[in-house]
Structures are given as structure tokens and as C-alpha cells.
Design a protein around this ligand. Sequence first.
Ligand code: MRU
Length: 351
Amino acid sequence: MEFKSKIKTIEWINNKSRMIDQRLLPKEFKIIEITDSEGMYKAIKEMIVRGAPAIGIAGAHGVALAAMEANKFCNDRQSFNKTVKQKSDYLKSSRPTAVNLMWAIDKQLEILSENGSSSQITDKLIQNAIKMENEDIEINKKIGQYGAKIVPQSAAILTHCNAGALATVGYGTALGVIRSAYAKDPTIKVFADETRPRQQGARLTTWELTEDGIDTTLITDGMCSYFMSKKMINLVITGADRIASNGDTANKIGTYTVAIAAKYHKIPFYIAAPLSTIDLTIPCGEQIPIEERNHDEVTHINGDWICSPKVNIINPGFDVTPNELISGIITEKGILYPPFNESIKKVFEQK
Ligand code: MRU
């Protein structure tokens, strides 16, 4: 059983980036086309496309679009390279936390050091973006296969935010594990946290899981401890936006609370993420930049004020779960276990 739409969340077609507009789901399923690098910056920033691996591919597409633009008005390779680099830095600044964005753009920028005309390099950047797009689905399927092994029979799995097909090119990371487990055991159940303030759990996770026929219950963010105490949840799997070298993991705000509740109730808490989400340049979670988002996300629901306009607001988009709360990190190369400093180092040495 697979995500029924069979449409990639983001796809390069006819020299454009075509994506699902995730701001509108589940009310409306709309595909939009991004035709320039400025449009891609906005699509990432405004969360038309969201989820760490999907943002990475959006960044790779953005660099290809930047090269197509530079190829039109730059007379030599030097000015072409300079323009593509500038536009790429701008794309990187669209969202700070998900390291997949920086990773994918940097992979693209490696091509700028190759020989060839500007149009040859542009073609290579397009081909590489398509390659990364296809690899993303393969990686998620491998994560799913490894992860399914830790899912007990008739499991009741809690997930937070959306780490599904919509957060990737297809299949998903945390939801990829759930899909893979469900293929073997259709009795598994999922609890989806609503995930305030943008409600990715309610709007996206419940939509894509129920489309696949998976038994899914929506709960609000404050309910998880209650259901854990009632033994109605026996496993937690979430995605990640950036994992430090010691395993500390940034994911959607509220993930840390879920991890603390899971530890208290002795419930395994797993992260599912590709190796591109691991940032070896930072030793621990304190160095992960946390995005501060628009306060309207907290003060308003569907355009209406839900609080006093005089109240103070803070709206961090992510939090960091310390490594000691994490049972394992499910990657495309297998499951990494504590001590994460060692298992992370080892998996990159094998790469
Ligand atoms: O702000 P978002 O919707 O981009 O945040 C998404 C998440 O936090 C996901 O859990 C994470 O990116 C992993 S997606 C496979």
C-alpha cells in the first residue's frame, strides 16, 4: 500500500519545479509551478513546500533555476558562477533549521567547479537535481525497511508533525517506517499529534495516512502523556530537521515534550531521518539555529484573533531533543544506537 496520489510532492518537469501547495491541504489539492529562484525562495519560506528532505530538493531545484537565469545574462563562467553562488546563498537563508537545505545546495554548488560552458553546467545542475529527487524516495524506502523491524505487532505509534510523503519527495521518513510496517501488519495504529501552531499533524499526517487506509487517530499536542499513561501508545517515531554529531535532534516544536513523556512512560522514542539530516559540523544541539516564525501563527486561527492583542508572543518553529531521550536513529544505512557520537561517526566512515 502506498500514498495513493502517486504524485511526487516536488518534481522537476519541463524546466520548472512542480510541487503540491501544502498550505492548502487537506481542503484543497493544488499543484503549483515555480519558475524562478526568487519564487523558490518564497515557496520555501512560506511553506508551500516544507519538511526537511523536501526543502532540500526544493533547494536543489532552486539552484538549477538560478543557473538557468544566470545562463541568460552572464557572459562568462566567472560571472555565471558568482551569480549562481549568490542566488544559492539567498536560497539557503529562506529557512535556517533544516540542514537538508544547506546540504542539497552545497551538493549542487560542487558542480560549479567542473569544466564546461555555462549551459553545460546548467544542464548538469538540472540532471543532478532530478537525481537527488529520485534518490530521496529510495532512501526513504530503505529507512522504512530498517525501521519496520523495531515496530512491534499491533503497535500503536505516536508521531509528531508531518514526516511523511509530503515532507519528502515521496514515501516519507517516520511515516515511511509506518508504511513499511503497515504493509506487513495492517493492525498497527497511529496517533497523530495536531502539531500547533501550523497543524502539520492534523492537516497533513492524518490526510496522507488515512488516504493509505492506515488506522489514524488525531490528538491535540497536550494529550500524549494521557494516552501513554493509559498504555494506548507503545512506540514514538518522528522525523528530524537537524541532528548534531552527538545525536541531539531538532524537530518540530513539541517533539522534546513528547520525548520526555515517552521516557517517563518507558516507551521507545525513535527518530527516522536520512544521513543528509546529520550535521557533522556541530558537536551538540545547542549549535542548531532555531527558526523564529511569524507571531500570527500563534495569535490567529483561520484569520481570527484567538488571544488578547496585548499579549507577548514567542514562536520557535523547532526544539531540540537531547540524545539521552532517543532510543535510536533510523537511517538508510541502518539503525544508529547510543552512544550516538560513536555510531554516527562509524556510519559516516563506512559511507
Ligand atoms: O516546519 P516544517 O513543517 O518544515 O517542519 C517539519 C518537521 O519538523 C518534520 O518533522 C521534519 O522536517 C522531518 S520531515 C521528514
